[in-house]
Design a protein. Structure first.
Lengths: 259, 126
């Protein structure tokens, strides 16, 4: 259901203010969403003054700097710091992305950092992605081929392999799905751009034999057709992929094929 | 566990051309739904003859009447252009980020342009 306002327990209050102690002249204000499950208080926005003269270029560097030097209680996920693992996906300056690949110079004014939108918050910048992973599981993202023995190599032409470009590179960071208004309102049923891109990836794989069954499975008013080409997903993808186009291709296949 | 807050969504998410065109497409769709009813009423009064039509004529020449007419013209223009954009997308074209920006801007400025064109021809300016 479309719900524009946040529920009562999610209303955000103003939090603490951490004044700069380094005496730096090059300061930026960083507003970070905080919520601590061990207290009864609701979420708040803490503001940090960060010395930019001694801070590398990415948003993740700011977070690390705050955690190391100002406030060790802030919580966020990060791992590879090279845009490969997808752990540090969050909302920065109103747009989803990976903190490790988003330059803070691209954000104008104060830097606002929130968890990925419309998720149940576990702590601070960490959202609960269990629902999305369950949906990912539901499309059975593995090769299904019964006619070939497990020990036999399945050949694929260069052209067929090229079809997977732009689909297999997805790192499942959830930037796209959590940027999608349709996924916000119908996330329990609509599969969302990330999962549909993966569904597409297996539908078009020439080695897979369950193409029809896969198509049939996603051919659903709510699972697939909630996509209204708003294109927040393609705008958000930190890997430059195009989930919206993949969804359009699935719709096209369903419109033209006898499923 | 149950008390977990919901992270902010539409309150914080930045708008861009495609999302603006998409939401406007919906809004103009709803406006057009009511506009067609108004147009039907307008036609009904036309059929009733000159004396019955007089109040409608006065209303349409008032500021509010003109505003509604121009508004409906824009709303229909926008809906039409945006629908064409969606049809092209349904064929699988125009998903490149740069292209979506250009087509989105074409819809926005095209709808204003069409409104002006209809107004100029409708008023018999040229």
């Amino acid at each position: 259901m479309v719900q524009l306002s946040l529920p009562k327990n999610s209303e955000i209050k103003k939090g603490k203010y951490f004044k700069d102690k380094t005496g730096s002249k090059n300061l930026r204000k960083v507003n970070i969403y905080r919520w601590d499950p061990s207290t009864d208080e609701g979420p708040r926005i803490d503001t940090y003054e960060v010395d930019m003269d001694n801070c590398p270029s990415k948003v993740l560097d700011i977070l690390n700097k705050i955690k190391n030097e100002i406030d060790s209680t802030i919580t966020y996920r990060r791992s590879c710091a090279h845009g490969v693992c997808g752990s540090c996906a969050m909302n920065m300056g109103g747009k989803n992305g990976l903190a490790c690949t988003t330059p803070h110079a691209e954000i104008e004014g104060d830097i606002d950092i929130y968890p990925l939108p419309h998720l149940k918050v576990k702590k601070d910048l960490i959202g609960d992605l269990d629902g999305l992973y369950k949906q990912y599981q539901s499309i059975e993202p593995w090769l299904k081929n019964n006619s070939t023995k497990e020990t036999t190599e399945i050949y694929q032409s260069k052209e067929d392999r090229a079809k997977l470009d732009g689909a297999y590179e997805c790192i499942m960071c959830a930037c796209c799905s959590t940027s999608c208004p349709s996924y916000w309102w119908n996330g329990d049923k609509y599969l969302g751009p990330a999962v549909l891109l993966q569904a597409y990836r297996w539908i078009i794989d020439s080695r897979d034999e369950e193409r029809k069954a896969r198509l049939k499975k996603v051919a659903d008013e709510l699972k697939l057709y909630r996509c209204h080409t708003i294109l927040n997903c393609t705008n958000a993808c930190p890997k430059g992929l195009n989930p919206a186009k993949a969804i359009a291709e699935i719709k096209k296949m369903l419109a033209t094929a006898n499923v | 566990m149950e008390n977990r807050p919901l992270s902010p969504h539409i309150q914080i998410y930045k708008w861009h051309i495609s999302s603006l065109v998409s939401i406007s497409h919906r809004i103009t769709g709803i406006i057009n739904f009511f506009a067609i009813t108004l147009i039907c009423i307008w036609f009904a009064f036309m059929l009733l003859g000159e004396s019955e039509y007089q109040p409608i004529k006065i209303f349409l020449e008032s500021f509010l009447g003109k505003f509604i007419l121009i508004g409906i013209t824009w709303s229909f223009s926008f809906q039409m252009l945006s629908e064409i954009r969606h049809l092209i997308m349904d064929l699988g074209y125009g998903f490149d980020l740069q292209t979506t920006k250009i087509t989105g801007l074409l819809v926005i400025f095209g709808s204003i342009f069409l409104t002006i064109v209809v107004y100029i021809f409708g008023r018999g300016v040229i």
